[in-house]
Design a protein around this ligand. Structure first.
Ligand code: GDP
Ligand code: MG
Length: 446
């Protein structure tokens, strides 16, 4: 889906004149891509009309000057991004918010292999780190080894676990587990459920029974991002039986860009809350609609990043960095140069907004000052690293991290945070570098 829309938008870049005919053509392509992904026709029409109205207005006022074409092009892109972003955030349904002082019960559902058990663990870990008392319940009696899998995961993250190896009734275990954790005054109780390879009546019946018995505060539908078009039906089927409250999309670290998210949201009218980006327990990221849509459409902000780089750092460094980005490589050194240029460029929020994966948690809106200070501290830390460490030739072991913290007058946790941010950044660049049209271009052409 994303690719098709991305292609339509790229046509825009190739055209020198945007007339009614080209506009119509592009809108039709976008609409058919959305429709073929089973996105509700209501949204498709809304998207098409909104783009058309705005663009027509603009064309009438701006004519066909070169400047006009560029403006219209940007406008179309922006409107498509805005509309799709809005689609991912259904106004009627906000995600369930956990409340302190009560037992919040969450049930995760989805087909076998979608990533439920892994996601349960990541989800538990996420809230444990924030200081919540979390318990995990294994109510999957269908898959052999489900009990051991969750038990082992729970042990790894040190989360209390409830399950019975021999029990065969999922409803009974779910009920016992929830009651057990409620009695112990746990705040978040996560119930992992069974899946089947296909949508089957037996699975839905089981989910319904579990739901009616434990009465969860919310049910989260876990969806594998690589299933493509099948996800509308899948999400809808689950939503029909157990009224899904929100969605988690997994395996976004793989090839899938996640176009199915749109369909899942359209089918359930429920927001995406997190995305899974790897097999590790900290590979769970809060969902950020706009960045997601931009990546989906291949409008990642790498080109913006390139421009910043070109304007803010020396030619030699530029050449190096652009070459590395093209190879999908990103070293600590690149991150340092990037942050340095961010500080040189001013309005931090604007510049940081262009860096994929960075804006959401690093520089919270309205906290510019704290953000600037943080970036500065990051730079102190990177200044305390050796050349080899900056080039990521030598991994930062615990003792090296301690040395960096001491040398820069920061805390070990801060250095670890920097490295975590770096890891995310690096992952994003390697993914975007490979898929973007940057590959093969000379730095001078960018
Ligand atoms: P379940 O059957 O729905 O409980 O799915 P599991 O949690 O057992 O996951 C199935 C497979 O997908 C396992 O090999 C997981 O490690 C893998 N997996 C789950 N989430 C992710 C993810 O976000 N990224 C990647 N790469 N693999 C994942
Ligand atoms: Mg499982």
């Amino acid at each position: 889906l994303g690719q098709k829309i991305g292609q339509a938008l790229k046509k825009l870049n190739a055209a020198s004149v945007i007339d009614d005919k080209l506009l119509q053509e592009i809108l039709t392509e976008i609409a058919s891509a959305l429709l073929s992904a089973d996105v509700n026709i209501k949204y498709v029409i809304k998207l098409r009309d909104s783009v058309k109205t705005q663009v027509t207005l603009q064309m009438n006022s701006d004519g066909q000057s070169a400047n006009g074409v560029a403006t219209v092009r940007k406008l179309i892109q922006r409107t498509v991004v805005e509309e799709l972003t809005a689609m991912l955030q259904p106004a009627e349904n906000r995600p369930y918010e956990f409340k302190k002082g009560k037992a919040n019960v969450v049930m995760l559902v989805g087909l076998q292999g979608s990533g439920k058990t892994t996601t349960c663990t990541k989800f538990a870990y996420h809230y444990m780190k924030k200081g919540w008392r979390v318990g995990l319940v294994c109510a999957d009696t269908f898959r052999a080894g489900a009990f051991e899998q969750l038990k082992m995961n729970a042990a790894k993250i040190k989360c209390p676990f409830f399950g019975h190896k021999k029990e065969t009734d999922p409803v009974k275990i779910a009920e016992e587990g929830v009651n057990f954790f409620k009695k112990e005054k746990f705040e978040i109780i996560i119930v992992d459920t069974s899946g089947r390879h296909k949508q089957e009546a037996a699975l839905f019946e089981e989910m319904q029974q579990v739901q009616q018995t434990i009465k969860p505060d919310t049910a989260i539908f876990v969806m594998d991002s690589s299933i493509g078009q099948a996800c509308y039906d899948q999400a809808q089927a689950f939503n029909k039986t157990i009224r899904v409250g929100s969605v988690i999309i997994t395996k976004l670290d793989g090839h899938a860009k996640g176009g199915g998210a749109l369909s899942a949201v359209a089918a359930t009218q429920s927001p995406v809350v997190f995305i899974g980006t790897g097999e590790h327990f900290d590979d769970l990221e809060p969902f950020e609609a706009e960045g997601f849509i931009k990546r989906l459409l291949g409008l990642g902000d790498l080109s913006g990043l390139m421009k910043t780089v070109k304007e803010a750092i020396s030619e030699e460094k530029q050449k190096n960095m652009i070459e590395n980005l093209q190879k999908g490589q990103f070293r600590l050194r690149d991150m340092r140069d990037q942050f340095q240029s961010v500080l040189n460029m001013g309005p931090l929020s604007q510049v940081v907004g262009m860096i994929p994966g960075l804006n959401a948690n690093l520089i919270p809106k309205g906290k510019e000052k704290e953000g600037t200070d943080r970036v500065k501290r990051f730079l102190y830390m990177m200044d305390s690293m050796t050349e080899e460490e900056l080039d990521c030739v030598k991994p930062l072991t615990e003792s090296r991290i301690a040395r960096v913290a001491q040398g820069s007058g920061t805390r070990v946790e801060e250095v670890n945070f920097l490295l975590e941010e770096y890891k995310k950044f690096e992952k994003m660049v390697s993914k975007m570098g490979k898929m973007s049209n940057l590959a093969g271009k000379k730095p001078a052409d960018l």
